[in-house]
Design a protein around this ligand. Structure first.
Ligand code: COA
Length: 331
């Protein structure tokens, strides 16, 4: 009798990446006209030079659809192939339905699974890990994982400590199952570490919500305290994700961090022994686009040829919750 060889392992492979930034660019000098700040202060403390801002009437789902369409084209897929959509966002179009459901309708994707993940700036890493659970279990053949935000809608434009830090945008990846050997040479998501410490809510939150005060609320942050937690927390998650993947951080080809503040991502790279030349930084041009920042940075590095198939990527993020996490992917 002939023995049928079973697949060794299913891996969740990133087969396409896409990004979208709204047309309007807002410079630091423009912000200095509405709050007491300066281009020099913002650049020096954060590394941010400018950010994009969604047009009036441009919703998170519009940004998400634009990024997803590019990711599908890069993967050689169409909306008709998509059976799972996960949108990581803190700025949904509506309280419900999920922005993912709106994206499904706007893309013209068929009936399938669609839901949002809310982990604020860590949303993309969380969403990718959730997608991996479905894709690697054989329950999705073509997934879209999208980080999309209109952060400008959540900002207090009288608070110089927060309104200068954020931008709008969306990034997306197509994730498909591929057979692997079960080794670190396989393409796909190899390991991750996710964390949340709900006791740190007061450091970064929105002061509104449907069941508390029936309002959307505005972003509130104790920036210097968030900063203090960032480097230590993220470094621990990076180490745990590398262990989960079975790789050494030194083996990573590209570090694609959440883009909140240049000083944070340089501090993390330094603490983890990652060479500065391996760090993908877009914070100067995009500012902090929350859940969109990692896929936008990845898109930039794929588009300019830095990130190549087969290379080892390390992604990390931290945000409200506090949430944080990291994942290791062979691209
Ligand atoms: N322009 C000018 N001055 C500003 C300013 C701005 N945009 N924002 C704050 N300041 C002032 C403060 O009012 C304070 O003034 P004071 O000393 O007279 O009270 C001074 O700068 C120092 O404030 P502090 O908050 O201690 O500055 P900082 O060096 O920590 O930098 C952040 C502020 C927000 C840039 C920094 O804390 C940060 O990046 N934190 C992490 C935020 C983050 O990444 N959040 C998202 C996580 S997803």
């Amino acid at each position: 009798m002939e023995l049928r060889e079973l697949p060794k392992v299913l891996r969740s492979v990133l087969t396409g990446v896409g990004g979208y930034l709204p047309e309007r660019v807002v410079t630091n000098d423009e912000l200095a006209q509405i709050v007491d700040t300066s281009d020099e202060w913002i650049r020096e403390r954060t590394g941010i030079a400018r950010r994009h801002r969604a047009a009036e009437g441009e919703a998170t789902s519009d940004l998400a659809v634009a990024a997803a369409s590019k990711a599908l084209a890069a993967a050689g897929r169409t909306a008709a192939d998509v059976d799972l959509i996960i949108v990581a966002t803190t700025t949904p179009d509506l309280t419900f339905p999920a922005t993912a459901a709106i994206v499904q309708r706007k893309l013209g994707a068929p009936i399938g699974i669609a839901f949002d993940v809310q982990a604020v700036c860590s949303g993309f890493v969380y969403a990718l890990s959730v997608a991996d659970g479905l894709v690697a279990a054989g329950r999705s053949k073509c997934a879209l994982v999208i980080g999309a935000e209109v952060m400008s809608s959540l900002l207090d434009w009288t608070d110089r400590g927060t309104c200068v830090l954020f931008g709008d945008g969306a990034g997306a990846v197509v994730v498909e199952p591929r057979e692997g050997e079960g080794t670190t040479a396989d393409r796909g998501l190899l390991g991750f570490a996710l964390r949340c410490d709900g006791t740190k809510q007061d450091l970064l939150y929105a002061d509104g919500g449907p069941s508390s005060n029936r309002q959307v609320g505005l972003l509130r942050m104790l920036g210097n305290q968030v900063f203090r937690h960032a480097v230590v927390n993220i470094s621990e998650a990076i180490s745990a994700a590398a262990t989960d993947a079975g790789v050494a951080v030194a083996d990573v080809d590209w570090f694609v961090p959440h883009q909140a503040n240049l000083r944070i991502l340089q501090g993390v790279a330094h603490r983890c022994g990652i060479d500065e030349v391996k760090v993908v930084t877009t914070v100067a041009e995009h500012a902090n686009t929350s859940a969109a920042s990692i896929p936008l940075a990845l898109d930039a590095a794929v588009a300019d040829g830095r990130v190549q198939p087969g290379q080892l990527l390390l992604l990390e993020a931290m945000g409200g919750g506090l949430t944080w996490g990291a994942c290791v992917i062979r691209f």
